[in-house]
Design a protein around this ligand. Structure first.
Ligand code: COA
Length: 158
């Protein structure tokens, strides 16, 4: 298993993880993944197992913020630390001092993701009414505390 920066070779694999992890209307198209991967490729990663994509994170830099656009792990690889390891690639952008915060949005019903983010030190900063196209609310979360981020990632970052 290895962590690699996202390149054009990973687009199809990311799409497969995406399709197994989200329902319509949340599934990104191949074109959108291709765009995000080229635009945010230096801060986006895949986790590979035997050459196949087991999980990915897309993170884009917006000024002094890092925005986690999407993160997902194939069902058979979940609860093994892959999501945490991927999330730590975004937290490293914070701990390195390149940005002042990392933020993301999550569905209010997405308990696994909420639980991962809270555990990593993210705080809820805003309730987003009707944020998703099916009307569900979102929650915006952020982390600014580098020590919390370092503490969470100490087992995942070499
Ligand atoms: C959210 C997601 C990326 C987590 O990936 P993962 O590889 O399972 O995460 P980890 O193994 O690193 O889990 C770390 C911690 O997160 C929490 N967590 C993860 N999945 C959980 C679940 N199903 N229920 C409760 N807590 C969960 C736990 O605290 C877990 O630690 P533990 O296993 O020691 O209890 C994965 O569930 C996923 O791909 N979900 C579908 C896509 C998605 O919703 N993405 C987020 C969009 S905002």
């Amino acid at each position: 298993m290895s962590l690699k920066p996202c390149t054009i070779d990973h687009i199809q694999g990311i799409y497969e993880v995406e399709s197994e992890s989200f329902r319509e209307p949340d599934i990104y198209s191949l074109d959108l993944i291709r765009f995000l991967c080229s635009f945010c490729g230096s801060t986006s990663y895949v986790y590979e197992d035997g050459g196949a994509v087991a999980g990915y994170i897309i993170t884009c830099i917006e000024g002094r913020s890092a925005h986690v656009i999407s993160i997902a792990v194939k069902p058979k690889y979940r609860r093994k630390g892959v999501g945490s390891r991927l999330l730590c690639t975004a937290l490293q952008i914070l701990t390195s001092g390149r940005v002042d915060r990392v933020y993301l949005e999550v569905r209010v019903s997405n308990e696994p993701a909420l639980s991962l983010y809270r555990r990593a030190g993210f705080k809820e900063i805003e309730r987003l009414k009707n944020y998703y196209s099916d009307g569900e609310d979102g929650i915006r979360m952020e982390i600014t505390d580098k020590n919390l981020a370092r503490e969470f990632c100490k087992n995942y970052v070499k």
